[in-house]
Design a protein. Structure first.
Length: 673
RNA sequence: GCACCCGUAGCUCAAUUGGAUAGAGCAACGGACUUCGAAUCCGUAGGUUGCAGGUUCGACUCCUGCCGGGUGCGCCA
C-alpha cells in the first residue's frame, strides 16, 4: 500500500501537465482529514482500466475503509464531498465496492491540447530535483565479435539513458568495456605465432578476429582432448547410476515410487547433459583433426592455453612488448565495436574499461583491508556480507584482482570524479548476486548515500528455451542480424512503393535509407517492448517482424501524418502558430486527445522504473488511437474549416508525440516510407 | 544441498505493483482499397492465469505446500 520509495525517487515532483500527478495532489488534499499518510492513499489514483468507467479511477476508499472499519461506498462519498476537481473533471461517481470514477471535462482537455501545441517538450517537465546518474550498460569484451547476446543491454541501456535525460536528469552513459582480460593474452599469443602480416596490414580488425578464433579453437581442442576421458567416465557413471535406479525392484509405497521416478528423470537429464558435452568435445576435436593445417598447428602448440595466460600475466605485470601490442590492438578493437554502435545509433559519454581502473586496484584493496572491511581467507582477500555464503573476493590467492575490485574502483571514480549520486547497471539478471554484494560492500566502504540499482533484464534464451549460448560454431553475429533485417525491410519498401496508386515515389537512395531505419528500429523495438525482467526468447521472426506491435507500425503512423500535411500543402509550424481550436466532437477524437495528454505521465513512469516497455506500450496505443481516428474522421476533407483545423492539430500532435517517443527509445522516424 | 527467478490464448508477450468482465500482436477465419497512405482498419474464434489450499469486499499479483522449468552459489568476467 505504501508507494515504493525507490519507485518515486526518479519521478518528477512538479505537478502540472501531468494529469495523474495533478489528480493525486487533489486527492491528497481531500484525504488529509481521513488518515495520517494521505500521500500513500492518493497514490491509488490510476488511469481507468476500462474506459467505460471514465478516464481515471481512485481505489483508495476500499482499503482506507477497511483500516477505519467503515463502509467503503460511504467513505468514498465523504472523500468525494471534500474533493476539489470540478475545474478539470465532471462530477465524480462512485461505483461497485467503492471505486471513485473520474472523467475529464472536455473543455479542460481541450485546454491541455492547446498547451501541448505550444510546448516543445509535449508536457514533460524537467525533474524538480535532477540527479547525477551514471548508466553502465553494453560493456562487451573488446576483441571478441559482438553477438545478439550483447544487444539487450545495449538497446535497453541506451533507451534508459535517453528517457532519464529527457526527464531532466544529468545522465552519463558509460561503456565499461572488458579491455584488460584474458582475450588479450590470446591475441598476443596469436600475433606472435600466427600473424598474417599482409592481412593485418589490409585490415587489422579482421586479422585480429581470425587470430582470436584460431587461438580459441586450438586451446579448446587441447582442453577437449584432456577432458574427454573424464567426461566419458562421468557419462558412464551417470549411466550406471541411472540404470541401477531404473532396474530397482518395484515398490508398493506410492510416495517412494514417486520420488524414485523423479530422481530417475533427473538422472536421465544428467546423462543427456554429459552426452551433449562428449558430443561437443568430439566435434571440437574433429574440427581440428580433419583439417591438415589446424592439426599441425595444434601439434606445434600443445601449451597454447597456458602460454596465452602467461602472455596475459605479462601484460598485467607491465611487460613492455606486450603492453605495446595491447596499445597497438586497442584502436582497431574499439573501431570495430564503434561501427556496430554507429549502426545502432548508440552513443556513450564515456568508454572507461577495466584497463582504466587497473592502476587503482592495489590501493582499493589496501584501503578495504585498512578499514577492516576486507579480510584474508584461504589466502584470498574477501569481503563477507551477512546473508551470503560466498565471499566477495577482491584479491585472489595468486595476487590477481577480480572484476569485483574493478567495480569498486569504478564506483569510487564515479562518485569522486563524476559526482554521481545514482548508478544504474543494465546487466543480465544472472549477475544479481554480484551486484548485491557489490552494493553492500560499497555502502560499507562509505558510499551509502548513493542510489545503486541493478537494472536487471532476463536471460536471452534460444529456440529451445535454454539460455542462449555462444557455441563457437553457430553464433548469431550482430552484424548479420542487422543486415538481414535491413534486407527484409527493403523488400517491403520496394513492394509498397511499387504498388502505390500514383506510381512509385521513392528513388533508390531514399528506399535504402528507409530500409535502414525500419530494419534497425524493428530489432530495437523487439527488445524494448518486453518487460525487461522476464526472460527473452530469441526468435528471428520476432526480431525481424514489421507488422503488428512493432516500431514499423509507429513509423508508419508518423509517415501517414506527414503524408497528410504533404498532400494538403500545410505548413505545420504555421498551423501551430495560428492558435486554432481543438474540437472533441467524436469519441475517436476525444480518445486520441486523452492519449496525447498522457504522454508526460508515461514518460515519468518509464523513467521512474527504468522500463522502456511502458513507453512502447503507450506508443502502440497512441498509434492505434490515431489509426482509429484517421479511419473515422476525414482530416483534409473535414466538413468545416474549424473541424479541419482541429483535426490537423491533432494529427500534428500525434506525429510529434510518436516521433519524440520513438526518439526516447533510440528509434528513428522518416517522413515518407 | 542452499538461494533467487519464472509458469497467463496454438505461438510470442502485457496486465498501471491488490481492483471492476485477465488484454495485445502473430498465426486462423470473415469483412473493408475508383473515397486524406491497406506496412492499415473492423469483426469472429481462442483462458479453471501450472495444481491445491489460505489471507479479504476483491488475487495473475500476497502467504503456505506441491508439480514443472531456469539461474546463481571462493578465487572467470
Amino acid at each position: 500500500m505504501r508507494p515504493k520509495a525507490a519507485l518515486r525517487s526518479l519521478c518528477n515532483q512538479v505537478l502540472t501537465m501531468n494529469i495523474l500527478n495533478e489528480l493525486r495532489t487533489r486527492f491528497q488534499a481531500a484525504l488529509a482529514g481521513f488518515c495520517d499518510d494521505p500521500a500513500s492513499f492518493a497514490w491509488m489514483v490510476k488511469p481507468a482500466q476500462d474506459t467505460r468507467f471514465g478516464d481515471y479511477q481512485a481505489n483508495c476508499a476500499m482499503s482506507l475503509a477497511r483500516q477505519k472499519g467503515v463502509k467503503p461506498p460511504e467513505l468514498a462519498k465523504q472523500i468525494v464531498d471534500r474533493l476539489e476537481v470540478s475545474d478539470l473533471c465532471e462530477a465524480p461517481t462512485i461505483a461497485g465496492p467503492g471505486f471513485i470514477n473520474l472523467r475529464l471535462r472536455n473543455d479542460w482537455l481541450r485546454g491541455q491540447m492547446q498547451q501541448l501545441i505550444g510546448d516543445e517538450r509535449l508536457g514533460v517537465l524537467p525533474a524538480a530535483q535532477p540527479r547525477r546518474i551514471v548508466v553502465d550498460y553494453s560493456s562487451p569484451n573488446v576483441a571478441k565479435p559482438m553477438h545478439v547476446g550483447h544487444l539487450r543491454s545495449s538497446v535497453i541501456g541506451d533507451a534508459v539513458c535517453r528517457i532519464l535525460r529527457f526527464a531532466g536528469h544529468a545522465v552519463t552513459s558509460d561503456n565499461h568495456i572488458g579491455d584488460w582480460g584474458t582475450q588479450f593474452g590470446m591475441l598476443i599469443y596469436g600475433y606472435k605465432h600466427f600473424l598474417d602480416r599482409e592481412a593485418y596490414d589490409r585490415g587489422a580488425v579482421g586479422e585480429l578476429a581470425r587470430l582470436y578464433r584460431l587461438v580459441n579453437q586450438l586451446s579448446d581442442y587441447h582442453d577437449s582432448i584432456k577432458r574427454l576421458p573424464e567426461l566419458h567416465d562421468a557419462l558412464a557413471a551417470a549411466r550406471t547410476t541411472h540404470d541401477e535406479t531404473a532396474t530397482l525392484p518395484a515398490v508398493s509405497d506410492k510416495a517412494l515410487d514417486e520420488t524414485r521416478k523423479k530422481s530417475l528423470r533427473k538422472l536421465a537429464v544428467r546423462v543427456a547433459e554429459f552426452e551433449q558435452l562428449v558430443a561437443a568435445a568430439d566435434q571440437t576435436i574433429a574440427a581440428v583433426e580433419s583439417d591438415e593445417t589446424l592439426r599441425s598447428l595444434a601439434g606445434a602448440h600443445r601449451q597454447i592455453a597456458v602460454a596465452s595466460r602467461e602472455e596475459t600475466a605479462k601484460l598485467h605485470a607491465g611487460d613492455a612488448a606486450n603492453l605495446a601490442l595491447w596499445q597497438q590492438f586497442m584502436p582497431a578493437c574499439l573501431a570495430a565495436m564503434q561501427t556496430i554502435y554507429d549502426r545502432l545509433n548508440i552513443k556513450f559519454d564515456l568508454v572507461l574499461g577495466e584497463s582504466f581502473y587497473q592502476p587503482f586496484l592495489a590501493e582499493v584493496v589496501a584501503n578495504l583491508e585498512q578499514q577492516q572491511i576486507a579480510t584474508t581467507s584461504n589466502g584470498a582477500v574477501c569481503v563477507f556480507i551477512p546473508g551470503f555464503e560466498a565471499p566477495f573476493i577482491v584479491k585472489k590467492t595468486d595476487g590477481a584482482y577480480t572484476y569485483a575490485t574493478t567495480d569498486l574502483a569504478t564506483i569510487r571514480y564515479r562518485v569522486e570524479t563524476l559526482s554521481a549520486d545514482t548508478m544504474l547497471y543494465v546487466v543480465d539478471a544472472r549477475q544479481g548476486d554480484h551486484f548485491k554484494l557489490l552494493f553492500e560492500t560499497a555502502r560499507k566502504w562509505g558510499y551509502d548515500g548513493v542510489d545503486f540499482r541493478h537494472i536487471s533484464f532476463g536471460t536471452v534464451l534460444g529456440d529451445d528455451n535454454r539460455p542462449f549460448k555462444t557455441r563457437s560454431g553457430d553464433t548469431v553475429g550482430l552484424e548479420s542480424l542487422l543486415d538481414e533485417s535491413i534486407v527484409r525491410a527493403r523488400a517491403i519498401v520496394d513492394a509498397n512503393d511499387d504498388r502505390k496508386a500514383g506510381g512509385a515515389e521513392l528513388d533508390a537512395g531514399e528506399r535504402a535509407k528507409i530500409a535502414e531505419t525500419v530494419g534497425i528500429g524493428a530489432i530495437k523495438y523487439a527488445d524494448l517492448c518486453q518487460n525487461r525482467e522476464s526472460d527473452y526468447v530469441f526468435s528471428w521472426d520476432k526480431m525481424l517482424a514489421k507488422t503488428g506491435d512493432t516500431a514499423t507500425y509507429m513509423q508508419y503512423a508518423f509517415a501517414r501524418v506527414c503524408g497528410i500535411f504533404r498532400k494538403g500543402g500545410i505548413d505545420r509550424a504555421a498551423l501551430r502558430q495560428a492558435r486554432g481550436e481543438i474540437e472533441l466532437a467524436t469519441p475517436s477524437e476525444r480518445a486520441l486527445a486523452l492519449q496525447l495528454a498522457r504522454f508526460s505521465e508515461v514518460v515519468d513512469q518509464a523513467a521512474a522504473e527504468c522500463r522502456p516497455n511502458v513507453l512502447t506500450h503507450y506508443l502502440f496505443e497512441t498509434a492505434n488511437s490515431f489509426s482509429t481516428f484517421f479511419e473515422h474522421c476525414p482530416v483534409l476533407k473535414a466538413e468545416t474549416d474549424a473541424s479541419r483545423t482541429s483535426r490537423l492539430l491533432l494529427a500534428d500532435l500525434t506525429a510529434r508525440v510518436v516521433k519524440q517517443g520513438l526518439e526516447l527509445l533510440g528509434i528513428r522516424t522518416i517522413e515518407q516510407m
